[in-house]
Design a binder for this molecule. Structure first.
Ligand SMILES: Cc1cc2nc3c(=O)[nH]c(=O)nc-3n(C[C@H](O)[C@H](O)[C@H](O)COP(=O)(O)OP(=O)(O)OC[C@H]3O[C@@H](n4cnc5c(N)ncnc54)[C@H](O)[C@@H]3O)c2cc1C
Length: 510
């Protein structure tokens, strides 16, 4: 597409690029090194506060002005679930963005919903039962994933599609051999070994085309290419896909799992006086009988006290705002790596691509494309008004800087559009709008050893401070993990408030 043609398409840049901000500079003064590690990343979503931090403003904590049973910091699916489970209590929920949902958040274009993040769940995950509990009916995807390779659409990639891959015969045979080998592995039995080994060990010796497929699939699903992936995560994924080609057990709603956070926020409406968006927490300080939480709201700092606090924020933020974390726990939090991961939504006013739910596109600026309204397309009387395609665009960590300003984000979106239009015949069509929802650190990487050595440490309660968020669980960043982390933290809170010992922590798989 020529630059001129692209000039007529409307690009909308939304979302946030959070970094290590916010940070309590009174703590910086103590440690002296936080400013350094902060570096150029201090920019992004709530610029008012972040710029103040960058420019050296010291936040002095005002006196306590209100008391609650529990303060929950972070209004993604984890924080919302915690609030839902604690709705019988006097809770306060604080979220820095102007909306709820975090990485499970859907948006709308003239009534058509599309995802900016989390896409689907599987029936065996607790999230499936949980969504029913809150009154949602999960809709079946019922379509195994296709790939577009060398300009050809290959349906059911890891099923029948293996016979149709447009590669030379020996490469096709290698894909089949690889599948057979992976299906023969009993990951559960291998246990820790497979969680601590890189997946690249298993891809070694196979043709470059196979590695390319996985280095495309991995970043989209668990934030990492094969060298940085815990082997069991990828092997499980292939075993799932092989099953999917017989019976797909994935479910979603138009616009993905944002439907869950939207519903939770609706259910919590009667408590809206104790739910605050636009409220950035800057310090969480434990005192003898309570925890004090300081947050910035509308340019003013406020401190509240609580008998317990649930941190449902990602750990790269949590470790900066929770005071007096043991070094070992703070270091463990610091070890978790997060990738930059925007989602680019191409909005067409005519049908352009409706071939499958999730289609993999190795070798392009984006990894896969999801048809936003796939699960309602077959409903009687449904008419597609806009064909909205969500292009998942995980990026290497070193490219995070592109998202920091609008021009960079726009360039990322333009590259996605240009690659999409060249994918295969029939796609060189101009959308009416291109939306990019940018996020700087939304998805933690499922690196070797993370689940076995790091996550058990990061979720240890700190007296009255408890740790939710999907990055407490593992081995993969999922909406399910966010829900389970919240439910565990709520149990810990209830035990603490009742003066009972904290329930024994169980590792949560997937
Ligand atoms: C592009 C993409 C696709 C994905 N696809 C899937 C999928 O298909 N299926 C699946 O299960 N999972 C998927 N995931 C993962 C899933 O979205 C996340 O694991 C899940 O949404 C995490 O929820 P959470 O509440 O634990 O954390 P978050 O969503 O990170 O929520 C944390 C919240 O805390 C807020 N916050 C941060 N700092 C502060 C502060 N100082 N004060 C107040 N609030 C603060 C943030 O704004 C945010 O709202 C995907 C993720 C991405 C990015």
């Amino acid at each position: 597409m020529s630059a001129n043609r692209r000039d007529f398409i409307k690009f909308v840049v939304a979302g946030a690029v959070t970094a290590g901000c916010p940070i309590d500079l009174s703590l910086v003064a103590q440690t002296g090194d936080a400013q350094k590690s902060h570096g150029a990343d201090v920019d992004g979503e709530d610029n008012r506060i972040c710029h103040q931090v960058r420019d050296g403003k010291v936040f002095t904590r005002p006196p306590v002005s209100a008391r609650h049973d529990v303060v929950i910091v972070g209004g993604g699916v984890s924080g919302l679930t915690a609030a839902y489970r604690l709705r019988h209590r006097d809770f306060l929920l604080l979220e820095k963005e102007p909306h709820w949902g975090g990485n499970a958040y859907g948006m709308e274009y003239e009534g058509s919903i599309y995802a900016t993040g989390s896409a689907f769940l599987t029936k065996d995950e607790h999230a499936y039962a949980f969504s029913k509990e809150i009154g949602l009916e999960p809709l079946p995807v019922d379509n195994s994933d296709a790939s577009i390779i060398r300009g050809e659409l290959v349906l059911d990639t890891w099923g029948d599609g293996l016979n149709k891959l447009p590669y030379p015969a020996p490469v096709r045979e290698s894909f089949k051999k690889f599948k057979k080998e992976m299906l023969a592995i009993d990951v559960e039995k291998g246990g820790k070994e497979f969680l601590d080994k890189p997946f690249s060990d298993f891809v070694k010796g196979y043709p470059e085309e196979l590695k390319q497929w996985w280095d495309n699939f991995g970043p989209s699903n668990w934030g990492a290419a094969s060298e940085d992936t815990a082997a069991s995560v990828a092997i499980f994924a292939l075993q799932d896909m092989a099953e999917e080609s017989a019976k797909d057990d994935r479910y979603t709603w138009p616009g993905g799992l944002g439907a869950i956070t939207k519903k939770l926020a609706e259910i919590l409406q009667p408590h809206k006086d104790r739910m605050q968006t636009g409220a950035t927490t800057v310090a969480v300080v434990s005192e003898k009988e309570e925890v004090q939480v300081t947050y910035m709201l509308g340019g003013e700092l406020k401190t509240v006290a609580a008998k317990a606090v649930i941190m449902a924020t990602p750990k790269f933020i949590t470790r900066r705002i929770v005071d007096s974390l043991p070094d070992k726990q703070s270091d463990a939090m610091h070890q978790i790596r997060y990738i930059p991961y925007p989602v680019v939504n191409l909005i067409f006013d005519k049908p352009v691509f409706n071939h499958g739910y999730d289609t993999w596109c190795p070798g392009n600026a984006f990894t896969d494309v999801i048809v936003a309204d796939w699960v309602i397309q077959k409903q009687p009387g449904y008419q597609q008004k806009f064909n909205i395609l969500s292009c998942y665009t995980p990026m290497p960590e070193e490219n995070r800087g592109y998202l920091l300003n609008e021009a960079g984000a726009r360039k990322v979106a333009a590259n996605v559009l240009s690659d999409f239009q060249k994918l295969m015949p029939g796609l060189n069509v101009d959308p009416i709008e291109v939306h990019i929802y940018r996020r700087g650190h939304p998805l933690y990487m499922s690196t070797p050893g993370l689940y076995t050595q790091v996550q058990p440490l990061v979720r240890q309660p700190l007296d009255r401070v408890f740790f939710a968020n999907t990055d407490s669980e593992g081995p993969e960043s999922t909406t399910n993990g966010g829900i389970l982390a919240a439910q565990r933290a709520v149990k810990e809170v209830e035990a603490r408030l009742a003066g009972r010992p904290a329930p024994k922590q169980k590792a949560v798989a997937g």
